[in-house]
Ligand binder design. Structure first.
Ligand code: PFF
Ligand code: NA
Length: 465
């Protein structure tokens, strides 16, 4: 068997992981969710969850990947004696396929918007244009082109494809978004956008806290690509000489800054044109933005730049998802990388095309199933790191991190073993109950979560003997 691939530098890994994190979640889903869940109140809860769950969860996923040194299935097999843990790896591979099934459809939309804003077709008549972009034969074709681009990068390999493209895409995103934010600042009426986005409204927060919690937690995981096994896979190409907590912190901070920067472009842009980012589903933001670009004097220049940024963000995230099933085929079944990529892209061409023709399936996956799958995945990851890896996890946390990290490692491990399973279990149960249309009181949900965790812990203990 040939040498397993690696990143050529730690910076390359960090940029690729930032590329995975920064995506449609920051630019398309985040403003939409913020608008639907009370604006700034949502932002507060979301930021709290990024710090409390996101960063420790990201380190946990990195720990499994670097220690296991394989794709998700192989990593769990290498690190545990039970034959059940690799099932979690299979689940993760399935999650990346599920998420890509809608993600590449939105990627196709972005491609159409970029092209349409270059030719002028989009700005001339946004409503009609949107009608042809969202679902239907054009959406199928656009999504296939998007998948083709993503597949071409993955077929080229880890350092040659993923790392090289990330080193070009990440700086471009920051420079272009920064320029757009400065431009948006100069628009008359922009202030309303900043206010909507950034003014902290404590009353709304207190009133809606539990209702906001689910979507905010879902977004906190989604935005950092957590629970899908993509970050695990990226970390599996690392050596042990860099600090995982340091890398994870840089990645989470960069992702959050770019998310906020996007808000500083999108909201002033909309409010300057008297178009509040009304709720009304995942397409609403694009229609509103289209109208804003159509009525702005510089819209014809700014629109392609904006969608160009979104496209780069979408591609750099999609490659991290596609890499996960490809790594599985390469590591576990010794399929050559190019053939593995072709096979997975072929499968996604079918499932994505179906989604591009069925708005209801799209809505179900993008709005509910993706979050559920990620929450369940991360729950399994932290239970594994907390209860199965034990001291090995602490070791892996500290590798490359220096002696300062010793007390931090203990605190992190306690959080991963106890805090995160409770919060993630509660969130998962809440989402499942609302999906099933069952109303469960808070106390009951807490009790059920704790009960389920006790059962899982017992099973894990038995499995270890
Ligand atoms: N983090 C990406 C975004 O915010 O758009 C989405 C994502 C990428 C989710 C990779 C899951 C994943 F494995
Ligand atoms: Na993100």
């Amino acid at each position: 068997m040939s040498e397993r691939e690696t990143w050529s530098t730690n910076l390359g890994f960090v940029l690729a992981a930032i590329g995975s994190a920064v995506g449609l979640g920051n630019i398309w889903r985040f403003p939409w969710l913020t608008a639907e869940n009370g604006g700034s109140a949502f932002l507060v809860v979301y930021l709290g969850l990024v710090v409390a769950i996101g960063v420790p969860g990201l380190v946990a996923e990195f720990v499994i990947g670097r220690r296991g040194h394989r794709d998700p299935v192989g990593a769990f097999r290498a690190l545990s004696r039970s034959r059940w843990w690799p099932v979690v790896g299979v689940y993760a591979v399935g999650t990346t396929l599920l998420v890509l099934t809608f993600y590449s459809v939105v990627g196709g939309w972005i491609l159409r918007y970029t092209v349409g804003s270059l030719t002028g077709a989009y700005v001339a008549d946004p409503a009609t244009y949107f009608g042809t972009v969202s679902f239907g034969p054009e959406a199928v074709v656009a999504h296939l082109v998007f998948l083709g681009v993503v597949g071409a990068i993955i077929a080229t390999g880890v350092s040659g494809g993923i790392e090289r493209s990330s080193k070009a895409m990440m700086p471009a995103i920051v420079v272009l978004l920064g320029g757009l934010a400065v431009w948006a600042f100069s628009l008359p009426g922009a202030a309303g956008g900043y206010e909507f986005f950034l003014s902290f409204d404590v009353a709304t927060l207190r009133e809606n806290f539990l209702a906001i919690l689910g979507p905010a937690a879902g977004q906190a995981l989604f935005t950092l690509s957590l629970g899908a096994g993509s970050m695990l896979t990226y970390a599996s190409y690392l050596d042990r000489d860099e600090s995982l907590p340091a890398d994870a912190t840089v990645i989470a901070v960069a992702n959050t800054l770019i998310g906020v920067l996007t808000g500083l472009v999108v909201f002033p842009l909309l409010f300057s044109q008297g178009l509040p980012p009304g709720s009304g589903g995942e397409g609403a933001l694009f229609i509103a933005l289209a109208e804003a670009f159509a009525s702005l004097p510089a819209g014809g220049v700014v629109a392609p730049l904006f969608f160009g940024v979104v496209l780069l963000a979408a591609v750099s995230s999609a490659i991290s998802m596609l890499e996960t099933p490809v790594a599985y085929l390469v590591d576990e079944h010794a399929v050559p990388r190019r053939r593995a990529t072709l096979g997975v892209v072929g499968l996604l061409a079918v499932t994505g095309s179906a989604t591009a023709l069925a708005p209801s399936a799209f809505g179900l996956i993008a709005g509910t199933l993706a979050d559920l799958a990620l929450t369940g995945g991360l729950l399994a990851f932290v239970v594994f790191v907390g209860w199965v890896l034990g001291r090995d996890a602490v070791d892996e946390y500290r590798a490359g991190a220096g002696s300062l990290s010793t007390p931090l490692a203990g605190a992190w491990h306690a959080l991963v073993a106890w805090g995160l399973p409770v919060v993630l279990g509660f969130t998962l149960l809440t989402s499942l109950a609302s999906l099933a249309g069952v109303a469960l009181g808070v106390e009951l949900r807490v009790a059920l979560t704790l009960g389920a965790l006790v059962v899982v812990r017992t099973l894990v203990r038995m499995g270890r003997e």
